[in-house]
Design a protein around this ligand. Sequence first.
Ligand code: DGL
Length: 248
Amino acid sequence: MENKKIGIFDSGIGGVTVLKAILKILPDEDYIYYSDSIHNPYGDKKDEEIINICDKIVQTLINQNCKCIVIACNTASAKAVEYLRNKYTNIPFIAIEPAYKMVYDYSYNEPTLVMATKGTIESERFKLLYEKYNNNKTYLIPCVGLADMIEKGQLSEIKTYLEKNISQYRGKIRNVVLGCTHYPLIKSEIQEVLGDIKFFYGAENLAKHLKDILQENNLLEKNTGKIQFIDSQNLTEKEERFFSILRD
Ligand code: DGL
């Protein structure tokens, strides 16, 4: 019988930053990573459209023998996880979200910048998180277009974008929440603009949570650590970039 796998998806290759954290604690599981280039970016799409897109991806992953699904996209988590959990009740969903609670737990008194897509910042789900852990010293920045530039590897555009959109916070903030799975890929560029800051990212906590959920559901396996990559547009350059970041 074919091994059961962990399915993981994002609008593109950004979710590799989540998979990297997962592999550190679950190296022997088998994985399918789904990069949805056709619909990228998700950040500015309407809720219903994202729900439909995610539903189709989840069906594909379930058909490929996945035992649980990791949503490695903050925007998709914010808009679709509730729908997916209600529809697919037999399969656990583990969903990334901006690590704003981590700021509350570890650095509550420091001024904070939350960077995320417009879709995430404006979502009901993020609003609840924000209201619960608000330190009253937080700036919310919808970074329209940034994930797309990272997806395309447009380094000079990224630098110009950051200079234009976040340099005004230099010296004013200490914490930066990376609320999109693409953003850890440009940590050094963000640091260059903002100087001395602390990053908050939810992937390590997600990985621990995933392990607990698999354990609770008796789904932990020792397989071969195989990682299968699917891109909805069959872009080989995406696959190459994905594996080069993964092995970096
Ligand atoms: N990587 C995704 C996230 O974490 C979304 C990027 C996009 O497609 O806009 O929000």
